[in-house]
Design a protein around this ligand. Sequence first.
Ligand code: WT7
Length: 650
Amino acid sequence: MTGQPANANLKGAFFLDEMVFHPSPEFRKNANVQDARIYLDAEENWLEYWNKEAEKLHWFQKWNFTLRWEQPFAKWFVGGKLNASYNCIDRHLHEGRKNKAAIIFEGEPGDSRVLTYQDLYREVTKFANVLKDLGVKKGDRVSMYMPMIPELPIAMLACARIGAVHSVVFGGFAAGSLRDRINDAGSKVVITVDGGYRRGKVLPMKKNVDEALKENDTVEKVIVVKRTGTEVDMVEGRDLWYHDLMKDALIGCPAEAMNADDMLFILYTSGTTGKPKGIVHGTGGYMVGVSSTHRMVFDIKEDDIYWCTADIGWITGHSYVVYGPLANGATTVIFEGAPDYPARDRFWEIIEKYAVTILYTAPTAIRAFMKWGDHWPAGRDLSSLRLLGSVGEPINPEAWLWYYNNIGKKRCPVVDTWWQTETGHIMVSSLPGISAAKPGSATMPLPGIEVDVVDPAGNPVPAGQSGLLVIKRPWPGMLLTVYNDPQRYVDQYWSEFENMYFTGDRAVKDKDGYFWMLGRVDDVINVSGHRIGTMEVESALVDHPAVAEAAVIGKTHEIKGQAISAFVTLRDNYVGSDELVQELKKHVAAKIGALARPDDIFFTAELPKTRSGKIMRRLLRDIADGKALGDTSTLANPETIAELKESYTD
Ligand code: WT7
């Protein structure tokens, strides 16, 4: 990439549409996608475009119709039969990749394991047989609560192989969140570990599972992988060790021929109510979407060492640590630990150690690296890198440029990829061999994808004006529904506008058609690239005996993007104190997980409300961000605001 920053002072700026970085001629020449006509061709016949992409996968039976669209329910590749695990493993055994590294695993303590595609075939088919022997059948749900170790993708692919539906729950969630997700899915089996490493300490993951299962009546077996050697209670008749089960398991297990629209997995995400939504993804459309976008956006080549740093417990990990890269026969790096343990150059050490060529990470991590100092990456050999990616939240231009200069050494294109748990795969991103990048913009929708910015009535807004981000036609990886709640699917995504999917995001399209994402419009906070519903945190707070009422908002944060601030009114007989603040923070972390721990808690006699009793979060957000207050005319209790402002600045 070449180009010169046009603006020296970047602080606070986001709209830098004058600063453009073009791919270098060399990158362009070798790129998987070099011809910008791909956009026009896809536009001309988008169904045919996806047909062609689908043909790159292995199908047991070809589809009859590319799309059956009964809004808002889409069926992609109708009549087609395939298996995700077959596409991620078996196919490569016949295509010369038998001895190629499929997974390079770096454990937190520094242990390392490499699994070739043949290794993966053996482990996955054995574990598929284990699950079958335990009575797991096509359509059954299996929950996983695990750290980033190879047994997690092995278990996911084993489920996919036999047609069971996996539901991975991020290992940082507390027992209560885990319980809700296991119960909602009605899982028959849970897979976990004795303990998980976190910065040298051990998280009691099995213990959390035991706690979660106290209020459950569907789980029959718990399979425990030994990772840390921590003592655990094994419940007689329910709990089984992974290594015991695998000892005598047979290698080889046929891959079930799944319908294209059969469920592949459920993944829970926060919404605007207290109850997490089980986002359901199918097999055919999802696999086409993730493999196609992974190949194009990351320009994946046979000898790449590709590393997406996301946890598999989030959609980024599902799509771009596991399914996308493995479907493309790539080598995917899995790292168990944290970026600052044992030292703040752990990422750069891993890149040096394995000669990583493609790095896909999040703006929150990049901002932390910036803060830690340039000497950490400078002390390691990063010359293997050739492409960088960003995901999870808008990347501010300062962070983009730092990433480009200090990690990519001005040699590597940066792709900023916008998408969601619901979209399954990347929707808006540059194609690194074609597009000119503008730092801070996710650039344009990928070929075949139609995204727009509209006003509340659904009309496109003029260039340069902000509006609501919508998707105007179905795409292969789109969610099938919300698990057990199709009405919520309709209400959440398809009721804001006629004929359009509403993303919940705000955006601006500039005069060149570049998209600048501006964050959520709903009551969802994006903390370090992870969605947390304000309602979930509020419910956790009011669950504490001291709390009468709580309002939770996202506050701008230097590293996390947004942090959680809570405004709390106390019940009679309770007085606010530093101890109570600490206790409430702990309470939320124990209820939901450390990721939901509020940064600040403020006590107030009253919350600002409209006359109809609705909490005015906008005002709270303005107070928290230190902004001038917007319209307060609809406020029922204006005096509250003055008091709040005072206590906030104290
Ligand atoms: C929300 C989706 C799938 C990515 C991981 C998060 C925000 C995501 C970007 C980006 C600006 C972004 C949006 C989106 N977001 N990527 N490149 N630029 N915003 O998945 O938890 O489902 O959250 O993350 O607000 O709606 P998620």
